[in-house]
Design a protein. Structure first.
Ligand SMILES: [Mn+2]
Ligand SMILES: [Mn+2]
Ligand SMILES: [Zn+2]
Ligand SMILES: [Zn+2]
Lengths: 140, 140
DNA sequence: CCTTTATTGCAAGTCTCTTGCAAGTAACAT
DNA sequence: ATGTTACTTGCAAGAGACTTGCAATAAAGG
């Protein structure tokens, strides 16, 4: 179970499992869209969890360090979003430019391309980001 | 020539060609990496062009409105970059995670994928962003 | 239960980008 | 050329996301 896996990661790096970290984790676990820090903060307030926005930022950064959360910087959003990586595979997103809805695209067309790019540019390719924008079914 | 094309666009929207807009345009024209507002500001200072950072922001926004400049939000950079679209075709970038160097990738593998995504998600797909990161030849 | 040390909340700070407004200037008509 | 008008600029201030300093709090382990 997730909390156990993450406790191990925390301990291995001299960190502790706390009430606030559990709350952020449990929220990320049951949410199916990537969340911004302020959205995490607002949702936890609603859930009657006492937490400061600063702690949300520190928590997502810890989870990112542990490799358990992905940080997304979507085009023109001006804020990062975070989603659990644990148990989900590499994928990308499409976002509605009207209502902001974000949907997973469970695909990645870039494996082959990486080789081509390494040949052409002499870079060693590490990561990539890919995002689509458009109009969702409700906003067309 | 570029300045003429852009003068027309400005006039058509009730705007004027000014000393500062010429300076920003000419810098973007001769630069082959996308530039941030503060980089534009710093380079123009070096070129002895009197301009305020606020004016740089306003200028790139005007050029973006006219469709003459693309705004890039690269992963984890925390600032936007701008590059001329005029005369260059749709492409993507790879950035060195050590030195920050940005190189054009003169390709886009996403035409086909768009149809597939529209079928799967029922979105109408508009735009996309794609960026690679890695280590450039000097930083490996 | 006690000690140690990581974590938290609050305040303040940083950074990018935007906005209000008076002064400056490009565009156009006289 | 000169004047009129309205767009543009610079400066100051503000907004928003995110970070940092520090004293108080609370995990973890004995
Ligand atoms: Mn996702
Ligand atoms: Mn480019
Ligand atoms: Zn991918
Ligand atoms: Zn493309």
């Amino acid at each position: 179970m997730l909390e156990k896996i993450i406790s191990q990661g925390l301990k291995a790096t001299g960190r502790r499992m706390t009430r606030t970290r559990k709350a952020v984790l449990s929220l990320l676990e049951r949410t199916h869209e990537p969340l911004s820090a302020s959205e995490i903060f607002a949702q936890l307030q609603e859930d009657q969890v006492a937490i400061d926005l600063v702690t949300v930022y520190r928590t997502v950064n810890v989870l990112k360090d542990l490799g358990l959360v992905a940080q997304l910087d979507l085009h023109h959003e001006g804020q990062s979003r975070y989603e659990l990586k644990e148990g989900r595979k590499h994928h990308h997103h499409i976002r509605c430019q009207v209502c902001g809805k974000i949907v997973d695209l469970l695909l990645c067309p870039l494996k082959k391309l990486t080789k081509l790019i390494e040949e052409r540019t002499k870079f060693v390719v590490g990561d990539h980001t890919l995002e689509f924008t458009g109009f969702c079914p409700q906003c067309q």
